[in-house]
Design a binder for this molecule. Structure first.
Ligand SMILES: [Zn+2]
Length: 362
């Protein structure tokens, strides 16, 4: 019964909550990945569904806490007025992994999440409770698992049992092989993905021995520069508007282009080999979707198996599954209770019948 009493105390006092705007509230001081009237806005990473309400946070919160890479990415990715940029510079607190910050007697630290560059999990100690939010993550060998938590808040993107990628450990080498095959076709290889993830892909390709030049539009170029500054050695990459890039492209082959996912629909399937990175593939690691396009199942999210393994390793008192973003929150909560015997609730609750005490038979 201790757990039920503790959870009720945490929820009724607002020390743990998730708003439909996407704000994850931990402690008295922190609103994570969405705007809420709290002293500090915390950002786990620079993807748009985690940047909601950022201008409100810049205006009304006193501090914006994120990993230094994420802070730099904000200036590149978001269209902000010069006033908001100025305010962000004033309020930004770049926090490295494992570095602690104390705000109103609450202690917060960020931990690596292996999702995109700069991505972080959030750990908060408050009123004698230990709370954690995974943010978006992948469970690799070096992903830290937050243990001894009273409450773990977890993402649920691939929270359904059928969302498993059995080939996930081989997918890096499959991507490298697909790129090598493409390069041998005497056409340029064009890769489509999201900001942050593209830079991870560049690193995978370089680590896989691919030395050909990378060419990219100015925004992706600037983000790649940020990644390099923080230790992602990429090298031999060029802004598409540069003289070097024009020279390289004159040959019509022997190079790799990187574009944002939104450009994939305009791809040229005759004159280039296109690779689209998609997390929503569970059966085949690589699928040919038309004569000039390959879909590669490279995801930057934990699949169902990783989500469950994280909770199993963390052994928290309670799990709160984030239902404010895309995902399968109810399925994941059900699996956690049934398979792991750990109590789990979904917030914000949209089922209309999920009272806390239903979930808290301890
Ligand atoms: Zn993300």
């Amino acid at each position: 019964m201790y757990l039920l009493a503790a959870l009720n105390r945490l929820l009724s006092s607002g020390l743990v909550d998730i708003k439909s705007t996407g704000a994850i509230l931990l402690g008295d001081s922190f609103a994570i990945d969405g705007y809420y009237n709290r002293l500090a806005r915390v950002i786990t990473h620079a993807h748009s569904d985690h940047l909601r309400g950022l201008t409100e946070s810049i205006q009304y919160s006193s501090m914006i806490i994120a990993h230094p890479i994420t802070i730099e990415l904000l200036f590149e990715i978001i269209n902000m007025s010069s006033t908001h940029k100025y305010m962000l510079r004033q309020k930004a607190i770049p926090l490295n992994y494992n570095q602690e910050i104390e705000v109103n007697k609450e202690i917060l630290k960020l931990l690596p999440a292996n999702h995109i560059i700069g991505s972080a999990q959030v750990h908060v100690e408050t009123h004698g409770f230990r709370l954690g939010f995974t943010g978006d993550f992948r469970l690799l060998n070096n992903t830290p698992v937050m243990k001894n938590l009273d409450v773990l808040v977890i993402e649920a993107t691939y929270g359904r049992p059928e969302y498993r990628r059995p080939f996930k450990h081989e997918i890096d080498s499959i991507l490298i092989e697909t790129v090598i095959d493409g390069l041998s076709s005497s056409k340029p290889v064009v890769i489509y993905g999201y900001y942050g993830k593209l830079q991870e892909v560049m690193k995978i390709l370089r680590d896989g021995g691919i030395k050909e030049p990378f060419i990219m539009p100015p925004k992706i170029y600037r983000i790649t520069k940020i990644a390099e500054r923080y230790g992602h050695n990429i090298g031999n990459y060029y802004n598409i508007n540069s003289r070097e890039a024009r020279e390289i492209r004159r040959n019509n082959a022997g190079y790799i282009m990187f574009y944002h996912m939104t450009r994939a629909r305009y791809r040229d399937i005759r004159r280039s080999v296109n690779i689209i990175l998609s997390g929503w593939e569970f059966n085949d690691p690589v699928k040919r979707v038309d004569p000039g396009t390959w879909l590669v199942a490279l995801s930057d999210h934990a699949d169902y198996e990783e989500l469950m393994r994280y909770v199993e390793k963390a052994e928290p008192g309670f799990v709160v599954v984030d239902n404010s973003r895309e995902g399968a929150a109810y399925d994941l909560a059900r699996s956690i209770k049934k398979e792991l015997g750990i109590q789990a609730i979904v917030l914000p609750d949209s089922s209309g019948d999920a009272r806390i005490d239903q979930y808290c038979r301890v």
